[in-house]
Write a protein that binds this ligand. Structure first.
Ligand SMILES: *[C@@H]1O[C@H](CO)[C@@H](O)[C@H](O)[C@H]1NC(C)=O
Ligand SMILES: *[C@@H]1O[C@H](CO)[C@@H](O)[C@H](O)[C@H]1NC(C)=O
Ligand SMILES: *[C@@H]1O[C@H](CO)[C@@H](O)[C@H](O)[C@H]1NC(C)=O
Ligand SMILES: *[C@@H]1O[C@H](CO)[C@@H](O)[C@H](O)[C@H]1NC(C)=O
Length: 952
């Protein structure tokens, strides 16, 4: 758990634990200052000690229990055992529940997770030998027992159920190696927050399973995205956070289990391996650091790590000495019991190599320090998580103790949110893979909704990771890293029968499970299946492995050839009835011709204008980011980089606080998002004040075309963040807005300050500026619709002539809008979904629709059916989402069951904002992609805005 600041939780006791705790009796003291003068004294003391001990033993007065000494000797075996990965082929899966029938899945297109037999390791790395095969799969006793084409019905067990995949893609269940589901149940509430034991920085002794809530509905939502196994880690507040556990997402009778409980969910009931979470960097020092208390800095963290390892090592050494002596002279002759300390037991096991350590570490300094710890204390680390800077230092990772470089568990493009994430690359996955470091994509649920973790892998492919490695990054790679490489992650005989059948290639946009099996049991008796045409798997596009240019070349005149699709309004017909690709002629940054354009081409060529030829060129209007904080904030957790946050009693205009040219804006622009509407941030989330419409590629706000709407929107926030300052309750916040609007209706005063809140409220009640309200709860939306009607009635009562005046209300966020979709439509209110696919992260989003196979459609489907003017925006603190806008529109399109045409889907991130803003200015910004912007394998090649074209 990364970004959810645990600062609200009680602070750690001011006593420095390391200073206060007594040293255990087995500590080996190392005297450093042996001055010549003191030496004689020490020798004397040592002599008397020795003499005393000798006397003791000659008396032979042992009062130790022989039975306990014998038991201690048995414990030595347990302490010193070397775990192995549990093997595959078995009679039955230990998780199998008697009575569950065998199942044959017929006619599937299967990704087994392995190359064909005989493929060399070198070829396999390149992806040779991998492919989708047409096959059947037989599941028995919770295991995969046969994978082969057309398994004959005569060979099937008697009671076998048959499930027809109808040719669809089938993979092993997805494995998410970084999740907090169950320990941070959603919606987030204080009473259920059990993921960080913040009583001390070093808590290797706590266990995530002891806080795991099996009734967390998110476990089910995650499974609906095809995730069958998750590693449940404690949070990253502590340098040593505690033990982690791998679970399967099958809970209770509904999911085919005999009981409900965390133990029943363990993916490996024998618990062959143990797991532990550690964390470096910003979080522990932020949580614990204070004057006189640590860790305060990365230096302190490193010491806290080393000190803890030293404690555990001392115990391990003392134990090993005891065990060696006891097996030599007999346990009954031992003068003391086996030294044990529950506090250091798990860390001792880690030093004994029985624990797969997963460490949250971003920066080069943190990574190198941790690698140093592995060598100083001789233990392996399995993976670095978050790990944004690992792509810069693969050679440091390769210096890890034990000769095995840790993997990097990362997000695809969620970056820049804190200083340690401000260095990051979309191509990290590819670069790591090229350098023999295994990339794994993870959710950090609830930071990302793990339902969509496979989409992270899909984006990894989009950004250059080979297709087979992208699929491996959420199946075989995490399975192997968990020590479960013979049990999960593949579709192969002897593996656990965890299977997903998808409605399209799992790495394609909008891919959704049709059915999920865990240990051979189908999880959905009646799954919702999206209406989608059958599609073959993606043919991997190796062009995607080319380097992504971060710095474009800028041109004013340029010719593009090879454009096979044009989605610019007014130009769509150009390619109708023609299978010849079009040319696009750009002059002074504007498209002057699209089509054959023979005359223009020859003019351009004679003027030596550069010609850029595209493969499957796709021309579309550029996109708009609405509601994000780009232009207002660069690093979410660093106030120096931001305009700032305002309480309910402050009012300002975003144009006065605009911050241009940051990395967030650059990334947005590179993904075709040339325009944004951003507003000043409200305390605790949301927006307040006047939003500005600006160009994301502008270098400053006085540049030509930088500001296309200085006062685009008027924002208020009625999400949970509204409860602050003078409006401590939602009702007072809603009442305050109503009062302001009614006063604006009633007041005839001339307003001297035309930039004041009063002035903008008057414009809002005159219908001249959209009133954008950040809100998620259906209950609050209902209250807003009531306010709208109250205000409109007041307008009507006051002035018959303007009775047609209507407030232009826009709901931003709107996670629960589907519940009141008809009412929203009837009130002529529009909706900007931010994000497109919300989840039950907060109390006011808890009724979000997660989509198939669990729910019939998502928010947008219901809103479109109700006839609501809808667009797709971005959450205010999740600016990284801006770069994914075209893929979000793609998901809406592909999963709309025909509700949306391609151009209607593009309008969700473009033209619909013109309607919402009642914008009269024309917008000629455009994007040229290779491939459809709705496809995972497309890439932006050129962006036109502000009279110039940026070529990537
Ligand atoms: C101590 O006592 C145990 C039995 O209680 C005996 O087996 C052992 O030989 C004795 N050792 C010595 C040094 O006398
Ligand atoms: C398998 O599925 C494909 C695609 O739906 C279909 O065309 C084919 O006929 C099916 N084959 C069998 C044997 O059912
Ligand atoms: C504002 O003007 C309207 C008519 O122009 C009038 O009916 C109304 O009473 C005035 N309101 C106030 C508060 O003076
Ligand atoms: C899903 O909802 C649509 C209406 O939006 C309805 O036509 C369809 O029958 C529903 N499907 C299921 C499986 O309930």
């Amino acid at each position: 758990m990364e970004k959810h600041s645990p600062e609200r939780l009680p602070r750690y006791s001011p006593i420095d634990e390391l200073a206060a705790a007594g040293r255990p009796h087995y500590r080996v003291r190392r005297s450093r200052i042996l001055k010549a003068v003191g030496l004689g004294c020490l020798v004397f003391v040592a002599y008397t000690q020795w003499a005393h001990l000798k006397l003791e033993s000659s008396r032979n007065v042992s009062i130790l229990s022989p039975a306990r000494l014998q038991a201690d000797l048995e414990t030595c075996k347990v302490l010193q055992h070397k775990p192995k990965d549990p093997s595959g082929p078995r009679e039955r899966n230990a998780r199998y529940i008697d009575g569950h029938k065998p199942t044959l899945i017929r006619n599937a297109t299967i990704w087994t997770g392995e190359p064909v037999a005989g493929t060399t390791a070198a070829d396999a790395r390149l992806g040779k030998g991998y492919g989708w095969i047409k096959s059947d799969v037989l599941l028995e006793y919770g295991l995969i027992t046969q994978v082969g084409p057309e398994i004959s019905p005569s060979l099937l067990p008697e009671d076998c159920q048959i499930w027809d995949a109808e040719g669809r893609q089938l993979t092993a269940g997805i494995v998410d190696m970084h999740s907090h589901t169950g320990v941070y149940p959603v919606p987030t509430l204080n009473g259920g927050s059990d993921g960080n034991e913040l009583s001390a920085d070093i808590t290797p002794y706590v266990r995530s399973i002891d806080g795991l809530d099996p009734l967390d509905h998110q476990l089910q939502v995650i499974k609906s995205g095809g995730v069958t196994t998750s590693l449940i880690l404690p949070g990253s507040g502590n340098n040593m956070g505690g033990e982690a556990f791998i679970i399967k997402h099958a809970v209770g009778k509904d999911d085919g289990r005999a009981e409900i409980g965390p133990k029943d969910m363990l993916a490996d009931p024998e618990q062959n391996w143990r797991y532990m979470k550690m964390a470096c960097g910003e979080n522990p020092k932020r949580i614990y650091g204070d004057i006189g208390r640590g860790p305060f800095s990365r230096m302190g963290e490193s010491w806290y790590f080393r000190h803890a390892f030293e404690e555990a090592r001392a115990m391990v050494t003392a134990q090993d000495d005891w065990c060696a002596a006891a097996s030599n002279i007999g346990a009954e002759n031992m003068k003391e019991y086996l030294p044990q300390d529950l506090k250091w037991e798990s860390l001792g096991a880690a030093l004994r190599g029985q624990v797969h350590i997963n460490t949250h570490c971003y920066t080069i300094a943190d990574l190198e320090a941790f690698i140093d710890h592995t060598n100083e204390f001789k233990f392996p680390v399995r993976a670095f998580h978050h790990a944004h800077q690992t792509f810069l230092v693969p050679e440091i990772l390769k210096r890890a103790w034990g000769g095995r470089a840790p993997a990097a568990a990362i997000f695809a493009d969620n970056m820049y949110y804190k200083v340690e994430a401000y260095i990051g690359s979309e191509q990290a996955g590819k670069i790591l893979y090229d350098n023999d470091i295994t990339p794994v994509y993870v959710s950090d649920n609830p930071v990302l909704n793990a339902q969509h973790v496979v989409f992270e892998a899909a984006k990894g492919y989009r950004y250059g990771l080979p297709y087979h490695a992208a699929l491996a990054s959420v199946t075989t790679a995490p399975a192997e890293l968990l020590g479960m490489g013979e049990r999960i992650g593949k579709v192969k005989n002897g593996f656990d029968a965890d299977i997903v059948v998808w409605d399209s290639d799992p790495l394609s946009v909008g891919a959704t499970p049709v059915q999920v099996w865990i240990d051979g049991t189908a999880q959905y008796p009646d799954p919702v299946v999206l209406e989608k045409q059958f599609s073959e798997p993606i043919s991997p596009n190796e062009d995607l492995q080319a380097e992504i240019k971060e710095e474009p070349t800028t041109k004013t005149n340029v010719v593009f050839t090879g454009v096979s699709k044009i989605m610019i309004p007014g130009f769509e017909h150009i390619l109708e009835g023609s299978d010849k690709p079009a040319n696009v002629i750009v002059e002074a940054g504007k498209i002057v011709c699209a089509g054959p354009c023979a005359a223009e081409i020859s003019t351009a060529l004679s003027a030596k204008v550069e010609v850029i030829s595209l493969k499957s060129g796709y021309l579309s209007p550029a996109y708009t980011a609405f509601g994000s904080d780009i232009g207002m904030s660069e690093i979410t957790s660093e106030s120096a980089t931001q305009n700032g946050h305002e309480g309910s009693d402050v009012f300002s205009r975003a144009i006065d606080g605009l911050l241009l040219t940051g990395k967030q804006l650059k990334a947005s622009y590179a993904h075709g998002v040339t325009r944004a509407v951003s507003a000043p941030a409200h305390l605790g989330g949301g927006q307040q004040g006047v939003g500005v419409g600006f160009s994301t590629g502008a270098s400053h706000s006085l540049e030509k075309g930088a500001i296309w709407s200085p006062e685009a929107t008027l924002h208020y926030t009625l999400s949970l963040a509204a409860k602050e300052g003078k409006t401590p309750s939602l009702s007072s916040a809603i009442g305050s807005l109503r009062t302001k609007l009614l006063e604006a209706v009633a007041s005839n005063d001339t307003i001297a300050d035309t930039y004041s809140e009063k002035a903008f409220l008057k414009r809002a009640v005159a219908g001249d500026i959209p009133l954008v309200i950040t809100v998620n709860s259906a209950d609050t939306i209902a209250a807003i619709l009531r306010v709208k009607s109250d205000v409109e009635n007041a307008i009507k009562a006051q002035d018959l002539e303007s009775s047609s005046q209507k407030l232009n209300v826009v709901l931003l966020g709107a996670a629960e809008a589907h519940i009141v979709a008809d009412e929203i439509a009837a009130a002529h209110v529009s909706v900007v979904l931010a994000p497109l696919l919300p989840y039950a992260e907060e109390w006011d989003t808890r009724r979000s629709l997660s989509g198939a196979p669990l729910t019939n459609g998502t928010n947008i489907d219901v809103l479109l059916d109700a006839g609501v003017l809808t667009a797709i925006g971005t959450r205010d603190t999740e600016s990284w989402e801006v770069r994914g806008l075209s893929l979000m529109a793609g998901i809406a399109y592909k999963n709309s069951g025909g509700r949306l045409s391609e151009s209607a889907a593009l309008a969700l991130i473009g033209k619909n904002f013109d309607k919402i803003l009642k914008s009269k200015t024309s917008n000629d910004d455009f994007v040229l992609h290779e491939g459809s912007p709705f496809d995972i394998g497309s890439r932006v090649k050129a962006v036109g805005s502000q009279g110039r074209v940026s070529v990537y």
